[in-house]
Unconditional design. Structure first.
Length: 397
């Protein structure tokens, strides 16, 4: 690995160090712009969420035959359509669906699916085919080539201690911060200050790149810290980590922070055994957090400026296993929420449970069509350039 790439993909690309004296005067105005563009919030359900117990084909006898103890009972389902309904744990999202603020896309996947968590997540993060191995993410490449005003790390923010591959570009990457206040305190570390003041041969290219990265990440950390103090939400969020992350994002958006893309993950969806209660708890945490987040945005007249994408790396097999859970599968549902949807409700029909491939759902919609739609119609980007190919858009926003 080249030294430049090593530096970009390690701590210098996702956290903050301090700046040597010779760069203290470097303070580009672009760091302090106000938000003027639409915002994308990406929510990753890590572990492979069971889509069939999330969006339930409650009138399909095959579903109940394949899942004799795991299926959600017809009397429990939140029936929002003649054939499909929500898991009851998603009750907080039902009003959004009924208000035309939610699109559910069924049977999303890709050709030759991979059932490994790590490999499938890499495919979703990069936007590659299953046979390709790319080192940059789809959002990172957007930052590289299409977001001309996004010249600083904080223009894409992930609420986590490390940066996802989706957020890493060739020339630019996003910014990871699990706790903005804690991150800002790191910049005051005396040891790092001393290291930053150490003299180097600054004409050497890699050292110059290192210090440029240091100052940009430090300034982004300081910028986000100052913005985090501007507005404090009064909306009642769940008190778990996911709820706190969404509250932080809402506060930053309301504070007019110049961040285009926010990324947050929720784990707990790898349900191989005794699935029903753990998945229901995870779905409730997701739904309650998102509902509070959207209520927060609406209270500040901001929901029309935000689109929320929710995905998981794969779905689960149709038939329950002997442990009362489900094993790794293929196609899954994807949620898109916004105040500016063109096709609210169910975008397409329920998956066909009688036409399976080795016990798995066949994908109908390539996930890169979803990306293409959001890139072109929401972020005003050249999707074919970002995705290294052309994928027919869906009519989403």
């Amino acid at each position: 690995m080249k030294r430049r790439n090593f530096l970009k993909n390690t701590a210098f690309g996702s956290s903050t160090l301090l700046v040597p004296n010779f760069l203290q005067s470097y303070s580009p105005e672009r760091l302090y712009n106000s938000r003027s563009e639409k915002i994308l919030v990406v929510i990753q359900l890590s572990g492979g969420n069971d889509g069939l117990n999330t969006i339930i084909p409650y009138r399909n006898d095959v579903y109940y035959k394949k899942r004799p103890t795991l299926a959600i009972g017809k009397d429990e389902v939140l029936k929002v359509e003649e054939e499909l309904g929500f898991n009851p744990s998603l009750a907080a999202l039902q009003p959004l669906y009924e208000n035309g603020e939610m699109t559910v896309i069924n049977s999303v996947g890709y050709p030759n699916p991979d059932r490994s968590h790590f490999r499938s997540m890499d495919i979703w993060h990069t936007g590659s085919g299953s046979e390709d191995y790319w080192a940059t993410g789809w959002l990172g490449r957007y930052l590289d080539s299409n977001c001309m005003n996004c010249l600083s790390p904080h223009h894409m923010l992930e609420l986590d201690e490390s940066l996802s591959l989706a957020m890493k570009g060739e020339q630019r990457s996003g910014f990871a911060a699990e706790n903005i206040n804690q991150l800002q305190r790191i910049t005051k570390n005396r040891f790092l200050k001393a290291a930053a003041k150490h003299e180097h041969h600054h004409e050497e290219e890699n050292i110059a790149y290192l210090y440029k990265t240091m100052i940009e990440t430090q300034q982004s950390a300081n910028y986000l810290y100052e913005k985090s103090k501007v507005h404090k939400s009064t909306v009642d969020y769940p008190q778990d980590a996911f709820g706190k992350d969404l509250k932080q994002i809402a506060e930053l958006i309301t504070a007019d922070t110049d961040t285009r893309i926010y990324y947050v993950s929720l784990s707990g969806f790898d349900t191989h055994a005794f699935q029903k209660n753990p998945q229901n708890r995870s779905l409730k945490g997701y739904a309650d957090g998102v509902a509070a987040f959207i209520n927060d945005l609406k209270s500040n007249d901001l929901f029309n400026d935000v689109t929320i994408l929710t995905f998981s790396e794969f779905g689960r097999r149709v038939k329950q296993n002997a442990s009362g859970g489900t094993d790794h599968g293929t196609a899954n549902n994807v949620f898109v929420m916004s105040g500016n949807l063109k096709n609210a409700g169910f975008y397409n029909a329920a998956p066909d449970l009688t036409d399976l491939e080795n016990g798995d759902l066949k994908f109908e919609i390539d996930f890169r069509r979803v990306y293409s739609s959001l890139l072109e119609d929401w972020l005003n980007a050249d999707a074919s350039q970002v995705l290294n190919g052309r994928f027919d858009k869906l009519k989403l926003t």
